[in-house]
Design a protein around this ligand. Structure first.
Ligand SMILES: C[S@@+](CC[C@H](N)C(=O)[O-])C[C@H]1O[C@@H](n2cnc3c(N)ncnc32)[C@H](O)[C@@H]1O
Length: 267
């Protein structure tokens, strides 16, 4: 991801915004004493928003470009951002242990295979009585699945891209609701609630530009082709999505996918 892609991502986050709007405050309340940490904050919109309701808000992401963008655009006196990985953040930032009353993580966990380690890190960063809100993309996802009506199938059989994608490994990892709940309990969380919202048709896409922004952050096949062809594969993927995405009751295209929402409390 380069800085112009971070900016494109930030401009085209309607899908993420719809997710927060629908679920965050339904599951978690924030108060002015809260210290919040966002696991995988991207360009910082959620951190910035929550900082207005909380005492302090931190966000971290493994992408330097996302963090640079967040630092520049979403700054406030009680906000800070770091580069870190959700899988080993306590090794790089041990002082985060037990420091936060609320943790959020939105649209990140489907990229991580070892969710147990991430859940353990979330648990360890929370103070006693702290809560975490996790939202990520569930098992059914038209951009990431392997069925013949899903994007990976189109790309891996495309005359221009199949050669480059021979070694492609689908790094999309989703668990069922039951598996998530049981993993969260196994790392120590006392109370765990969750829901699988399926299929989510609220994520309206109003323009091809917006769609291109979503595709650029969700389609990791792009990294498998040489630099000079990346905008071409992004364009092909965007055109496929534009043609194949369904239309919702408002007459807009939307990404067909499930959403997993989880709330867990450290007793
Ligand atoms: C779809 S974006 C979501 C960003 C933000 N949470 C939001 O709601 O807009 C996914 C983000 O996860 C980050 N990410 C993926 N794997 C990560 C990891 N192992 N550690 C930290 N961040 C990660 C990516 O760099 C990207 O910024």
């Amino acid at each position: 991801m380069n800085s112009s892609e971070a900016s494109l991502y930030s401009k085209n986050r309607r899908m993420m915004e719809a997710g927060y709007r629908m679920y965050l405050h339904k599951y978690m309340s924030i108060n002015d004493n809260d210290k919040i940490l966002d696991f995988g904050c991207g360009t910082g919109e959620l951190v910035y928003r929550l900082s207005k309701e909380a005492k302090l808000a931190f966000g971290f992401d493994k992408s330097k470009e996302m963090i640079e963008f967040a630092r520049q655009i979403h700054k406030a006196t009680n906000v800070s951002y770091e580069i870190a990985d959700i899988s080993n953040c306590l090794e790089t930032h041990p002082h985060w242990k037990g420091k936060f009353s609320k943790i959020v993580s939105a649209y990140v966990l489907h990229w991580v295979k070892n969710k147990r380690q991430v859940f353990q890190n979330i648990y360890d960063c929370l103070s006693e009585g702290g809560e975490c809100f996790i939202l990520y993309v569930g098992p059914n996802n038209q951009l990431r699945g392997n069925n013949d009506d899903e994007l990976p199938y189109y790309l891996k059989n495309h005359i221009k891209w199949k050669h480059h994608l021979k070694g492609y490994e689908n790094k999309y990892y989703s668990l069922t609701l039951k598996e998530n709940v049981s993993l969260l309990k196994s790392v120590g969380f006392g109370e765990v609630k969750g829901h699988l919202h399926t299929p989510c048709d609220e994520h309206d896409i109003f323009s091809k530009d917006e769609l291109r922004g979503c595709v650029s952050s969700l389609v990791d096949q792009i990294e498998y082709v040489p630099e000079q062809y990346r905008s071409e594969i992004l364009q092909d993927a965007t055109e496929w999505c534009f043609k194949n995405f369904p239309v919702n009751s408002r007459g807009n295209k939307y990404i067909r996918h499930d959403t997993l929402v989880l709330l867990a409390k450290k007793n």
